[in-house]
Design a protein around this ligand. Structure first.
Ligand SMILES: *Cc1c(COP(=O)(O)O)cnc(C)c1O
Length: 388
């Protein structure tokens, strides 16, 4: 049950009571639960402003618009991510390009990034926004990224969908110490869940104000009525073309309850991942994700990559593991190879590291329900497959 999927949510009776309680409160959307969840997230991430939305995809869209992304502007993101990381730019009519990954960290390669920026400067095709992704919860090199953003004048969004609870050096992911905006996802398999949901974090008041309006139809209530010249409960004005990207209080109540368990989730995931690491150190045919010193991964995923010592491809190992009801998944098929993106002009061969990764990497089970003996069972099967 706990190892037949690469991940699954953990919901207990405390969560269930919390949601029940929310159902009988005066408001079931945009009430006190939304506010409390936002306050708790700000406290947790140490970001000044937090905004909860109905998904991380919505949060990414609103993030791009809040940074004034316009038609024909350019956005770069990691080619190894979920499609939402780049779709948000297309929603705004912007153009998308990708950065290839580092084959050890599975995050964007800073070397490739630098080369690409140099070239783009010459060609006058520098990005307005770069969306970095902490894959599996492994923090990107944010200091380098921030320095580059100053040198080449682009904004930084952290797609931290995987990384709630992770930290980069002494800085929590979500604090926005090295970025303009960070976003999280509360989709069931992520670090904590609200069913569907996401959040946006920033330290910039103007970004927050615009994002808040965009979440709810581009409307503000912070204006005086022209008839009474006063702030009125019933009076609002639409300033932007916004959306209904609101989170309900029912979902927020689950989020508040889940956030209290984050430290527990984080400790368990790190404990289990370290056990995997230890056991895979015995296997010269596989590498696990490299976490840089002084960083803490949230370990949303445990990603294994078959290395050059073996001809085996990931789907073969996946098939073998499925015989033992061990569920695995590839995170991700490179975005540029999705049929929709191929139609935009991307081709096989454009991002070789990510393409190799997509043939050799797989996410193996890691979730809060698992025990050390599950880790030993799975790594044993994998090591045996390679004759170890
Ligand atoms: C899950 C995920 C998203 C989208 O999250 P939703 O809340 O489902 O919209 C975006 N980016 C990455 C990297 C993700 O893993």
């Amino acid at each position: 049950m706990t190892i037949n999927k690469y991940s699954t949510q953990f919901i207990d009776n405390i969560d269930i009571s919390a949601v029940k309680k929310s159902l009988t409160s005066e408001y079931i959307t945009q009430g006190t639960y939304n506010k409390i969840f936002e306050q708790n997230l700000s406290k947790h991430t140490k970001s000044k402003y937090s905004l909860v939305l109905n998904s991380a995809t919505s949060a990414l869209h609103v993030a791009c618009l809040s940074l004034n992304l316009k038609k024909n502007d350019i956005v770069w993101t990691s080619v190894n991510s979920f499609v939402a990381s780049s779709n948000c730019a297309l929603y705004c009519g912007a153009k998308v390009d990708f950065i290839d990954i580092d084959i050890n960290t599975f995050n964007i390669s800073i070397e490739f990034f630098k080369q690409k920026l140099k070239k783009a400067k010459k060609n006058k095709t520098l990005p307005k926004i770069v969306i970095v992704v902490h894959i599996g919860g492994n923090p990107c090199d944010m200091k380098e990224i921030k320095n580059l953003s100053k040198k080449y004048n682009f904004k930084v969004i952290e797609d931290a969908s995987h990384a709630l609870g992770a930290s980069y050096k002494n800085s929590l992911i979500g604090s926005c110490e090295y970025s303009d905006i960070s976003i999280f996802s509360y989709y069931p398999v992520k670090m904590i869940t609200t069913g569907e949901g996401g959040s946006l974090h920033t330290n910039n008041k103007n970004i927050f104000k615009k994002a808040s309006m965009l979440r709810s139809h581009g409307i503000t209530k912070n204006v005086r009525s022209p008839t009474t010249k006063k702030f009125e409960n019933w009076y609002y004005e639409q300033i932007y073309l916004g959306f209904n990207y609101r989170m309900s209080d029912i979902n927020a109540s689950l989020g508040i309850s889940q956030l209290k368990k984050l430290d527990k989730f984080l400790r368990k995931r790190n404990l289990l991942a370290n056990e995997y690491n230890k056991l895979f150190d015995l296997n010269k045919y596989v590498n696990y994700q490299k976490i840089e010193k002084n960083n803490l991964s949230s370990y949303h995923l445990y990603i294994l990559m078959i290395n050059e010592n073996s001809e085996v491809n990931n789907y073969q190992l996946m098939e073998y593991l499925s015989k033992f009801k061990i569920g695995t998944q590839l995170h991700y098929l490179p975005i540029h190879l999705q049929p929709y993106y191929k139609k935009l002009g991307f081709r096989k061969g454009d991002f070789l590291n990510a393409e190799k990764y997509s043939r050799k990497a797989l996410s193996i089970p890691l979730n809060f329900h698992m025990r050390l003996k599950d880790i030993r069972f799975i790594s044993n099967k994998i090591n045996k497959y390679f004759g170890i």
